[in-house]
Write a protein of this length. Sequence first.
Length: 137
Amino acid sequence: MDLLTEWLLPIYVAMLDRNLHYRPWKTFTTVILRKPGKPHYDVTKAYWLIALLNTMWKVLTAIVADQITFLTEKHQLLPKNHFRGCPGWTTTDTMHLLTLRIKAVWCAGKVVAVLFLDIKGAFPNAMPERLVHNLRK
């Protein structure tokens, strides 16, 4: 990669300074693969769709994403309890914070209501029946 840095850096800087988008870099190819062992291949879920993006564009977007992350953390633009996508934070950290806040409200004699919009992402290996049982308790 060091061989390319000397050539790509001025190109990327010029693109960002002038807000240019080199259209061929933004094209992608989608490959469709059959999932093995499916009884029928006449349904969409029987296939994997894989998007192959141009590497030059992926490198530029990764650089921009790193810069945005750095500036967001440097200037503390997100609330302290905003973990989604932040380096070093996990779903477990979010669940610990949530548990701590719920218990604090309970100790104050109040009722808590929580809305989960992505329970499957937070509990990827949970048994739904057990989770419903625990929620009802």
